[in-house]
Design a protein around this ligand. Structure first.
Ligand code: ADP
Ligand code: MG
Length: 642
């Protein structure tokens, strides 16, 4: 039998060195996928040259022309021919330079690669007196001509992929390619608010972002507003980690800063997730995962968070030379970065928006009082107030501990002290009749300036309606209370053990053998969770103690659902692994049910509690707990001009 001739039979061919042109074309395959890749490389170069203004001129989505003009350092005539050569760079000279590279480029291959697949010309002038004019270099012929130009560089790339029609076929419509080009510039623009950008397409200005003076968070905020829109900024919180890091700290230790969108601002696609490492836009799994996990507790379903976050660290702790386009990096200590990003985002998101300054609206005066800034990422604790009996009653009603009750008390003290025109109902008369001490606040706190306002009514047993300076606030009372209870349980568990309170009369119930077994196996875990459940018989369990926070709920229902959840897990590790699920289950039972009638005092107590509870803008399932309906929206409903 003979083997059939194989079409894959290797043919012996001599080993040859490839010509330079072909090497560059192969490299271009990695570096240049589409016009946007060229845009990115050219803007990188302009930034590396210290440009403060960069103008792009594109034709036909960048396929016909990409021109990038900058006011940077320019290139010396003597070095000009080198610029287009393979592995020619002014940015590194040795391996140690590579380890601490601070420029965008360093591989010296972009211009050479682009030259091999397009018509390139380079017009440049350095800012020195002995060079009174600029030079124009033709990439193909290498010809040099003197030309007039202000200091800076313009690189023009025409007819991309003209020599490689196969690759040209992969390009999409001009509109799509243009969108990719704009996206490439956007990524640069977010990292460099100090640089102005303009993009022209087929003679029309399609985007322009002016250089922002100053620096730090303010400049970044402005640039984000310009590039991503005011909505992004209004719905985002500032990040700064570690918390004591100044805006312009050196890059030596790990720092994370930027802005993260509130859960409400999340999108269906992950297209507004901008991450930078030492100023370079990257797509990095560690960072994406860390950011995502920071939203775990507040984001509903498959929504994608939005953020622009910047990580800076010692350049020797990150390898930027692992990907031809440098869009991926490798960290020496990925855990450190993961923790930093996660903490930064978590801390920023934890502060309830209801507790921060409401955005001033044209028609409404800005509030006279705002809560103290909370740089530390934690809810503020007001001073210890004098005691008034009514609030402690309310506190008991909501199952608050003494610390929380004092917040409510103070809130009420201040309200009583400050508001004489409070729209009163009978129960408040008794409050007003109480001797009221002069407030120790230099400026008293008017009720109307509480971020979530003062309660005015309850709607259909589901919503609390409140009035604040901006108009109407609508609160989903069950959702809000559930979050408050949940956060309190988490806090207590972090401090070792959930506070527990014995029941005067144990609640007994007939249990399944599984429930009895779990109760007996998990005594310790239950205790940590503030529960005491003992077997009275092989078929009966008794609940003897419940978490103080949940004292108002049904002890049997609570015990049953906790036992069911514990039954699913390995008891020894459940508190570490499933802590949040467990506590969320418990919170659901402790939270006030819909259809329960609340007094105004109770409603106000809940609002004040929301203002100081972390993550209280979302319920435990990531849905919003409150909405603002502004006067403008109300006026619009009634066609009322203002
Ligand atoms: P790299 O950026 O990796 O050094 P490039 O091929 O992109 O490689 O550029 C080669 C060199 O050309 C750069 O190192 C730089 O010295 C010079 N150059 C390119 N673009 C500009 C520019 N816009 N302004 C000043 N110099 C430039
Ligand atoms: Mg470069």
């Amino acid at each position: 039998m003979t083997t059939p001739p194989s079409t894959l039979q290797p043919i012996r061919r001599p080993i040859r060195e490839l010509p330079d042109e072909l090497i560059s074309q192969i490299a271009a395959g990695e570096v240049v996928e589409r016009p946007a890749s060229v845009v990115r490389e050219l803007v990188d170069n302009a930034l590396d040259a210290g440009a403060t203004q960069i103008t792009l001129r594109l034709q036909a989505g960048g396929v016909r022309l990409i021109g990038v003009e900058d006011n940077g350092s320019g290139i010396l005539r003597s070095e000009l021919p080198n610029a287009l050569k393979r592995h020619a760079t002014s940015k590194i000279a040795s391996l140690s330079d590579l380890e601490s590279v601070g420029t965008m480029g360093f591989r010296g291959e972009a211009l050479a690669a682009i030259c091999s697949i397009a018509e390139v010309s380079l017009l440049t002038r350095v800012d020195t007196p002995d060079e009174p004019h600029g030079w124009l270099l033709d990439g193909r012929s290498g010809e040099l001509q003197p030309t007039a130009r202000a200091p800076g560089t313009t690189v023009e790339v025409r007819e991309l992929f003209f020599a490689t029609p196969a690759r040209r076929k992969f390009l999409k419509t001009d509109a799509t390619e243009l969108a990719h080009c704009i996206e490439a510039v956007r990524r640069h623009a977010l990292a460099r608010p100090d640089v102005g950008f303009a993009i022209w397409h087929d003679g029309k200005l399609v985007a322009q972002w002016r250089a922002v003076a100053g620096g730090g968070m303010d400049a970044l905020r402005q640039r984000l507003a310009d590039v991503l829109g005011d909505d992004f900024v209004q719905q985002a919180v500032a990040l700064n980690w570690p918390m004591d890091a100044p805006d312009d700290a050196g890059a030596q230790r790990l720092r994370v800063w930027g802005f993260a969108g509130v859960p409400d601002a999340a999108r269906s696609r992950a297209d507004w997730q901008f991450a930078y490492v030492n100023g370079r836009y990257v797509r990095d799994k560690t960072i994406t995962h860390a950011a995502r996990s920071a939203y775990e507790d507040v984001l509903h379903g498959h929504r994608q968070p939005v953020y622009a976050l910047f990580v800076s660290l010692d350049p020797t702790r990150v390898d930027v030379n692992v990907h031809p386009t440098k869009i991926e990096v490798r960290f020496r200590d990925g855990r450190e970065v993961h923790q930093g990003v996660r903490h930064a985002v978590e801390a920023a998101l934890a502060v309830p928006r209801s507790g921060t300054t409401p955005e001033p609206v044209d028609t409404v005066p800005a509030p006279a009082w705002t809560p103290p800034a909370r740089q530390d990422g934690f809810a503020f604790r007001p001073r210890e107030p004098e005691i008034g009996h009514r609030v402690s009653d309310v506190a008991a009603l909501w199952g608050y501990g003494s610390g929380e009750a004092s917040i409510l008390r103070q809130a009420q003290d201040e309200r009583v002290a400050a508001r004489t025109d409070f729209v009163s109902t009978d129960h408040l008369d008794s409050v007003r009749a109480e001797p009221v001490e002069a407030p120790t606040h230099p400026q008293p706190l008017p009720t109307g300036d509480w971020p979530l306002g003062r309660a005015i009514a309850q709607l259909q047993g589901v919503y609390i309606l409140a009035e604040n300076t901006q108009g109407l606030v609508v609160v989903d009372m069950h959702a809000a209370h559930e979050r408050i209870v949940y956060e309190r349980l988490k806090q207590q568990l972090d401090d070792q053990q959930v506070a527990s309170q014995p029941l005067l009369i144990p609640a007994t119930f007939s249990a399944t053998p599984d429930e009895v077994a779990t109760a007996e196996d998990c005594t310790e875990v239950l205790k940590t969770l503030g529960l005491e459940v003992t077997a009275l018989s092989p078929k009966t369990l008794a609940v003897r103690a419940v978490p103080t926070t949940l004292a108002q709920g049904d002890p049997v229902e609570l015990a049953r659902s906790v036992l069911a959840e514990l039954g699913l897990h390995d008891a020894s590790t459940v508190v570490q692994r499933a802590r949040n699920e467990l506590l969320a289950t418990m919170a659901c039972h402790g939270a006030v049910r819909a259809n329960r009638r609340l007094t105004l005092d109770e409603m106000n107590a809940l609002l004040r509690q929301m203002e100081v509870t972390e993550r209280s803008d979302q319920c435990n399932h990531g849905r919003p707990t409150w909405r603002q309906v502004g006067m403008k929206e109300l006026d619009a409903l009634f066609l009322r001009g203002r």
